[in-house]
Design a protein around this ligand. Structure first.
Ligand SMILES: [Zn+2]
Ligand SMILES: [Zn+2]
Length: 134
């Protein structure tokens, strides 16, 4: 993989199981473009690690994408560099989960989806204040 130099961590022993579950939760479709898994048509479903740590199997870190979208994500998204583009709606829960994790907040999917706006605001200057205050 061309961008593998950025990766760290090791896949857990049950990675195949986790990857299968991630794809099943995405209904075996790419979460970015919506294309179903179809190897013959060139849409092989893969799992991208948002924070590039292969040992981190939190739901928000695992993104089921086709190979094409995966390459785009690899090229565009670096969590450590902050955001240079607007979040697409499909992407928001993952980013919000990442912020929740980084800031020691509750990071289960239900909480994250219920607090999407506030969590995404963490990416902006002084964005954490409302959540810590409440
Ligand atoms: Zn795709
Ligand atoms: Zn990836």
């Amino acid at each position: 993989m061309p961008y593998s130099r950025d990766y760290r961590g090791e896949y857990p022993d049950n990675w195949d199981e986790i990857a299968d579950r991630t794809k099943a939760e995405a209904d075996h479709k790419c979460v970015r473009c919506g294309h179903p898994h179809d190897v013959e048509a060139g849409y092989m479903l893969t799992v991208h690690h948002l924070d590039k740590d292969k040992s981190n199997c939190a739901w928000w870190n695992l993104i089921a994408t086709c190979q094409r979208c995966h390459l785009i994500l690899e090229g565009k998204v670096d969590m450590k560099q902050g955001w240079m583009f607007d979040h697409s709606s499909w992407f928001m829960p993952y980013v919000a989960g990442y912020y929740a994790h980084q800031n020691g907040l509750q990071e289960d999917r239900e909480y994250v989806e219920a607090h999407l706006e506030e969590l995404l605001a963490i990416g902006k200057p002084n964005g954490l204040r409302p959540l810590l205050a409440g």
